[in-house]
Design a protein around this ligand. Structure first.
Ligand code: BMA
Length: 378
């Protein structure tokens, strides 16, 4: 067993019957006694009593595949991955780290597209079913009256967040170094670019899907100009999506090893009765470079800088061939998430090896339970 495998979910914990509703799910934390100093010993009382409620759209046509028989992990891959393969368009080396949302009964998204010069741009893509996509051939032409704001040396890792009927796009925007670009659209045809949210250098700007106490909230990860060897998740507030302040630290890199180097928010958080469910990436450094994996954390609803419980292990890490072989081997980078509030069925779009777009699935009920039962002890 290598050191990464030593943090994988313990085989045999849930067994084939684990895709059950939260209120009927039995917990067994004993299996985690060997999981290191952060292993949880006491299951959260939600296990046997309450039913989780999820606030968000019902997405009856959410892309979905049931958990494979015998699967003991709480996150499982689409068996026909990747959904966007190598060289998906002429003159395009890859489309990855991209966000998808439900739109008018189908799906739409903003996609990181890299050409033969490897400079990333954002394109709109559409899908009838969330599995097969077509892409606008030209990058998004953001409308913006201020030429200084419109300067965009590159654009990558977009997130799309609907708030009060408007879709906001946030991305890593090249303005004398990476910062967080912000735009809004009503129709995915016209995009209005707003002020960059922060001074450089910053990455992984992710909006909450509603105002909290009257303000917009954005997660971000202050960084440097390169392949940043550090990084914690912060949250900032804005009354108008222009001026951002009240910066609060949410959580830091460090322990355990899978997230020892840096962490960053993934898709927009999902509102649940147990807190905001945030999927995020964590990075560890190896003798072959960085390895990117995914986990989940629950944040307080009204004060999301307060962590209710952070999972004590990664939930998805590079194992599949398309995650291990590509431009940057060893990357699972979650960016988009579709959660059906009626069932908890959740599809997560993640970039694989900075080359492909892949899908994985989970039950939000089960993830919340798993995080509560297996919290990181810092
Ligand atoms: C990060 C970002 C991501 C990328 C990841 C792995 O710093 O640049 O876009 O997927 O590195 O290369």
């Amino acid at each position: 067993m290598n050191y990464l495998e030593s943090f994988l979910p313990v085989t045999g914990w849930l067994g084939p019957a684990c895709a059950v509703a939260l209120d009927t799910m039995a917990s067994s934390s004993d299996a985690f006694a060997a999981g290191g100093p952060s292993a949880a010993l006491n299951p959260h009382p939600l296990s046997n009593s309450m039913k989780l409620t999820i606030t968000g759209p019902a997405i009856p046509n959410v892309p979905w595949q049931p958990k494979p028989a015998g699967m003991t992990d709480v996150v499982w891959r689409y068996d026909a991955n990747p959904v966007i393969g190598r060289r998906p368009l002429p003159h395009v080396t890859g489309i990855f780290n991209s966000a998808v949302v439900p739109f008018e009964g189908a799906f739409i998204g903003v996609f990181r597209t890299e050409g033969m010069d490897r400079v990333p741009h954002l394109h709109v893509g559409r899908s009838p079913d969330g599995f097969k996509f077509t892409f606008d051939p030209k990058p998004i032409d953001f409308a913006c009256d201020d030429p200084e704001v419109r300067k965009q040396e590159y654009a990558y890792d977009p997130r799309v967040t609907p708030i009060e009927g408007v879709h906001y796009v946030t991305w890593c925007n090249g303005y004398h170094g990476p910062t967080i670009g912000v735009a809004r659209t009503a129709d995915f045809v016209r995009f209005e670019q707003l002020e960059n949210a922060f001074l450089p250098y910053n990455r992984n700007g992710v909006l909450f899907p509603r105002k909290i106490n009257g303000n917009y909230l954005m997660l971000s990860r202050p960084s440097d100009t390169g392949h940043t060897p550090f990084g914690d998740i912060f949250v900032s507030e804005s009354p108008d999506m222009i001026y951002w302040g009240k910066h609060r630290h949410i959580m830091g890199r460090g322990w355990p090893w899978w997230q020892g180097t840096k962490i960053g928010a993934g898709p927009s958080p999902i509102e649940t009765s147990e807190g905001w469910l945030l999927f995020y990436h964590g990075v560890t450094q190896t003798c072959n470079g960085f390895v990117y994996a995914m986990s989940a954390v629950l944040l307080d609803i009204e004060q999301p800088w307060r962590v209710i419980a952070c999972c004590n292990q990664q939930l998805l890490c590079p194992e599949a061939p398309y995650e291990l072989s590509g431009f940057v081997p060893g990357v699972c980078f979650p960016v988009g998430c579709l959660c059906d509030s009626a069932t908890g069925r959740t599809a997560i779009y993640y970039g694989a090896a900075d080359t492909f777009t892949a899908l994985c699935f989970c039950d939000a009920n089960e993830i919340v339970q798993f995080v509560l039962d297996n919290p990181l002890k810092r």
